[in-house]
Design a protein around this ligand. Structure first.
Ligand code: NAP
Ligand code: F7E
Length: 332
């Protein structure tokens, strides 16, 4: 039975990847952080009691700041594949806590790769490594962006991911590790964190319809993003590790829209036409340096992995608005 280890298993992508890997017959191990409140809500539906025979999903405490524990887990679990999703993943917040972001989002990948290097050297085993790279690497590079576009990051988050990107590539070249970067454009879902703009908008709309809020407070409405549907994107990651050779891939839909368009469509879907009345622009949500326009050129993924995004922008907005309305008990 193939074994996979996932860092960041409690996040949006972690939760969808667990579903996919269990469906493919894997034994799945996830690293969770100790917290004083539960942080496992996204994976509760797939949780399995470790005492029951036949369980294929296991959780372990750990942290990307703690190289010793990461190393011990790799030697104990002996995974065939490692997916590194753990990160301080919020771009705006990375300006507030840049050093922490560099430590976890940047150095975290190095800590895993060092452990893999030693583990492969000592045991002769082979481990495939997936690094969650990001379209934030492109920053101010003009669209469309693909695998050949030079990186111009615009945030501490982007810079940390750049370190992790090059470390992954370097360990592939220097030590022959099957290590790949998935350069993923924004991908969203009802499980998206509530402070990312899409979910903030759809949750805000649902709260306004339910009479629980009057307004949504937002920053730059002109930014353009290539938004896709997260469950489809984790499939691309898995395919990268099944590909014959370790290569980096851009993953996105090939379509970009503004934050304004997301608002307009979301409110319309909820039956609200005069949406501007319910949105206030506030300074605190602007970034010191913004990434204005991200648009994927995902042709390589289609040609070599047979992967392409199936869910279109309008459908994504509807899926997310409907899910937040349902949470609020609003019938549509
Ligand atoms: P997410 O929902 O923010 O999840 C981040 C995960 O990292 C959570 O499980 C979190 O644990 C964990 N984590 C945070 N700090 C950690 C630490 N110090 N040690 C270990 N784990 C830690 O992110 P996502 O949207 O699923 O994205 C997955 C990965 O892809 C991230 O690396 C992100 O930067 C990258 N990415 C995301 C997108 C996107 O559009 N979603 C696009 C490109 C790249 P807690 O639950 O305990 O906080
Ligand atoms: O912002 C603008 C904001 O925080 C999108 C992460 O998953 O994708 C994500 O990073 C845009 C930006 O995502 C608000 O200025 C306006 O232009 O949803 P976001 P992001 O920064 O693109 C990349 C690919 C990752 O790798 C990251 O991990 O929306 N915006 N008003 C706002 N953004 C937020 N969060 N909140 C607002 O009120």
């Amino acid at each position: 039975m193939r074994k996979a280890l996932i860092t960041g298993v409690t996040g949006q992508d972690g939760s969808y990847l667990v579903e996919l890997l269990l469906g493919e017959g894997y034994e799945v191990h996830g690293i969770i952080r100790r917290a004083s409140t539960f942080n496992t809500s996204r994976i509760e539906h797939v949780y399995q009691d470790p005492h029951v025979e036949g369980t294929r999903f296991f959780l372990h405490y750990g942290d990307l700041a703690d190289a010793n524990t990461i190393r011990k887990l790799i030697y104990k679990i002996r995974p065939d594949e490692i997916y590194n999703f753990g990160a301080q993943s919020h771009v705006r917040v990375s300006f507030d806590i840049p050093e922490y972001t560099a430590n976890i989002t940047g150095l975290g990948a190095l800590r895993i790769l060092e452990a893999i290097k030693d583990y492969e050297g000592e045991t002769g085993a082979k481990v495939k490594f997936y690094q969650a790279s990001s379209s934030e690497l492109f920053g101010s590079a003009p669209p469309p962006q693909n695998e050949l576009t030079p990186f111009q990051p615009r945030s501490p988050y982007g810079v940390a991911k750049l370190f992790a990107f090059h470390t992954t590539k370097n360990y592939r070249e220097a030590y022959g590790i099957f290590a790949v970067n998935g350069i993923l454009f924004n991908h969203e879902s009802p499980r998206r964190g509530e402070t990312f703009v899409t979910r903030k908008i759809t949750k805000g709309i649902a709260d306004i319809v339910a009479g629980r809020a009057d307004k949504i407070y937002l920053g730059n409405l002109d930014a353009k993003r290539d938004w896709g549907y997260a469950p489809e994107f984790v499939e691309a990651m898995w395919r990268m590790l099944q590909h014959e050779a370790p290569e980096d891939f851009v993953i996105g839909t090939g379509e970009a829209h503004t934050v304004r368009e997301f608002c307009e469509l979301g409110f319309h879907h909820a039956g609200i036409g005069d949406w501007q009345k319910y949105v206030a622009i506030v300074h605190r949500y602007f970034r010191p340096t913004e990434v204005d326009y991200l648009l994927a050129d995902p042709r390589k993924a289609r040609e070599k992995l047979g992967w392409y995004a199936r869910t279109k922008f309008a459908d994504l907005v509807k899926i997310m608005v409907d899910a937040d309305m349902k949470i609020n008990g609003v019938k549509q």
